[in-house]
Write a protein that binds this ligand. Structure first.
Ligand SMILES: N[C@@H](CCC(=O)N[C@@H](CS)C(=O)NCC(=O)O)C(=O)O
Length: 295
């Protein structure tokens, strides 16, 4: 091993705040709220408190897909939770998600508001509520749930494991980068083999399993995650790439990935979404950018 001297764990672990790395300022070993802060409530039946990270994008893609499919009851307000500023530790947010992670949803469509946290639970709740983006054949429901749960269990190896050590850790460490690169490439191969015989994750039906997997592994093979496309040789996963591009061609996916996004091309960022017309302003911005580039 070429990097750091061997670490000898102490008898009892203690919290070293100065451990470094991106996001070190928000990581702490204690749950619960750090400050009082009520959450805003908009006019729509669904109030989403989120950020345009892969876990957040799963849910905004589903909302945009539902609206595009004509489910007008799925109108939503998407409020920005800036995790870098610690918004996830505000009392109002913790009331909805005791785990202090985005995305968190309040379903205010009925007489009693219902909280839902964990992106997979939110996807299932909405898909079941509106009877959309679930398999048309009931026998395929276990297959859909299997891939959805596969995503929920696998992505932490990609994000918390590979992404953390490759992109966010204070210095590069060979052992964890090797360990997690190996696992992520195995996961990509799992997807590639599945998508070699199927158009979507479970076959002919586009479901919430695709919407859950795309923001993580789709973005990875499109070279949009951790700047690691070349390192992981993502171009070798032809079937995942074909599927990822196919999803990116969908307008609701393009819209969903803009919502609560605060990084990248400004014309692709919609910090908060309260109305379908919010996207039109962004389209105008894009046209202006294109016109300036050609003039
Ligand atoms: N299993 C959760 C994971 C959610 C999650 O990790 N969210 C991250 C952003 S992608 C977060 O809110 N991090 C804030 C923090 O760790 O304090 C889900 O799928 O909803």
């Amino acid at each position: 091993m070429s990097d750091t001297p061997e670490y000898v764990p102490p008898k009892v672990w203690t919290w070293e705040q100065q451990s470094g790395g991106t996001f070190a300022n928000i990581n702490r070993p204690i749950a619960g709220a750090t400050h009082d802060k009520d959450l805003p409530v908009g006019k729509h039946p669904f109030q989403l408190y989120s950020l345009g990270t892969p876990n957040g994008v799963k849910v905004t893609v589903l909302f945009e897909e539902l609206l595009a499919a004509g489910v007008s009851e799925a109108e939503y307000d998407a409020w920005l939770i800036n995790i870098g500023d610690g918004d996830q530790f505000g009392s109002g947010f913790v009331d909805i998600n005791p785990n202090s992670k985005i995305p968190a949803l309040m379903d205010r469509s009925g007489p009693t508001p219902i909280r839902v946290f964990e992106s997979g639970a939110i996807l299932i709740h909405l898909a079941e509520k509106f009877g959309k983006f679930l398999p048309s054949n009931l026998n395929q429901r276990p297959e859909m749930l299997s891939w959805l749960m596969w995503q929920m269990g696998s992505a932490p190896y990609l994000g918390g494991g590979f992404g953390h050590f490759y992109a966010y850790a204070p210095y590069k460490m060979e052992y964890p980068i090797n360990r997690f690169a190996m696992e992520v490439k195995r996961q990509l191969d799992v997807l590639d083999r599945n998508l070699s015989t199927r158009e979507f994750m479970i076959g002919d039906d586009y479901t919430i399993a695709d919407m859950a997997i795309w923001p993580w592994y789709g973005n990875l093979v499109l070279g949009k995650q951790y700047n690691a496309g070349e390192f992981l040789d993502v171009d070798s996963y032809d079937n995942v790439r074909r599927w990822a591009e196919q999803l990116l061609d969908r307008v609701p996916v393009q819209r969903g990935r803009m919502v609560n996004r605060g990084v990248g091309d400004p014309s692709e960022q919609l910090l908060e979404r309260h109305d379908a017309s919010d996207f039109d302003t962004k389209t105008q911005d894009k046209i202006k950018v294109a016109e300036n580039q050609t003039s």
